[in-house]
Design a binder for this molecule. Structure first.
Ligand code: CP
Ligand code: NVA
Length: 306
């Protein structure tokens, strides 16, 4: 593993190793231990979009492991691909730092960074995917349900970047994912085909949220309006009617079904306050696990001994 751009690039063994390392580092840090495997190493963090969880958890992960991070906004460097080509930015940053993490609009920006960087590049969310989120989610499911194999996730909402990364995680890790979306917002057919060629019948799509949550172990949702889609907000809110994760929908799921959301949550839109605050919600464990997964990820990619 040289970069971490997409779950589809990783083998099941690599993903399971990352989960095992996340669990082991989580235990170590919870019991007051410390692993300074990244002493002196620096991660450059480029953000074209806002972030609470990703930014802070990566910063803390780097500092926990003895390294440090530099936060870069596009305006600090004259825009990504504007003041100079992305390939030059990748090569220059590689001369200064030991890893580059980037949250960008276009997925191609992280691909281009990885093509020219001589240090590892991490996808911290693009319009296409959000692999760090999906892996923290896998860690959370494993902790709460004891295993990943055979777990059924019902994702209710937009067939977006988060849904796509969950789909590849499901296919690689022997789970089932059904994505229920309104017409026109389904997970793209290319992803459904690719995931099912990795593992047959791992991922399916439907327009019926009630059918999707039947028999589910986990009900997952994300915003209806992703960053960059703000001008479609009113139309989307209307189009997603009937796809809210609320008590009514949860009645069609087995009792005790776990509720997940990558956050930030828009209460009253894709999820109700009651569902976020429910005893079955494992949403804040997901957020915490961003830190534990990303410690393992930067250790794996940037430590000379990992
Ligand atoms: N879930 C997630 O990626 O949150 P941020 O946008 O706050 O980083
Ligand atoms: N789908 C959302 C995820 C936010 C973490 C977005 O891209 O804005």
């Amino acid at each position: 593993m040289r970069h971490f751009l997409s779950i589809s690039d990783c083998s099941a063994e690599e993903l399971n190793d990352l989960l095992a390392e996340s669990i082991s580092l989580k235990k170590l840090y919870k019991t007051g231990g410390r692993d300074v495997c990244l002493g002196g190493k620096v991660l450059a963090m480029v953000f074209e979009k806002p972030s609470l969880r990703t930014r802070i958890s990566f910063q803390v992960a780097m500092s926990d492991l003895g390294g440090s991070s530099i936060f870069i906004r596009p305006e600090d460097i004259g825009g990504i691909g504007k003041r100079e080509p992305i390939k030059d930015m990748a090569r220059v940053l590689s001369r200064y730092v030991d890893g580059i993490m980037a949250r960008t609009f276009e997925h191609n920006t992280v691909v281009e960074l990885a093509r020219f960087a001589t240090v590892p590049v991490i996808n911290a969310l693009t319009e296409l995917s959000h692999p760090c989120q999906a892996m923290a989610d896998m860690l959370t499911i494993k902790e709460h349900l004891g295993q990943l194999e055979g777990v059924k996730i019902a994702y209710v909402g937009d067939g977006n970047n988060v849904a796509r990364s969950l789909a590849f995680a499901a296919a690689k890790l022997d789970m089932k994912l059904v994505v229920a979306s309104p017409k026109g917002y389904e997970l793209d057919w290319g992803t459904v085909e690719k995931t099912n060629s990795i593992k047959a019948e791992s991922v399916s799509i439907t327009n019926d949220p009630i059918k999707a949550v039947a028999g589910a172990d986990v009900v997952y949702t994300d915003t209806w309006v992703s960053m960059g889609q703000e001008n479609e907000k009113q139309k989307r809110i209307k189009d997603f009617e009937g796809f809210q994760v609320n008590d009514d929908l949860l009645k069609s799921a087995p009792p005790g079904v776990k509720i997940m959301h990558c956050l930030p949550a828009y209460r009253g839109c894709e999820i109700t306050d009651e569902a976020v605050e429910s005893p079955d919600s494992i949403i804040f464990d997901q957020s915490e696990n961003r830190l534990h997964f990303q410690r393992a990820l930067v250790k794996k990619l940037m430590s000379p001994t990992a």
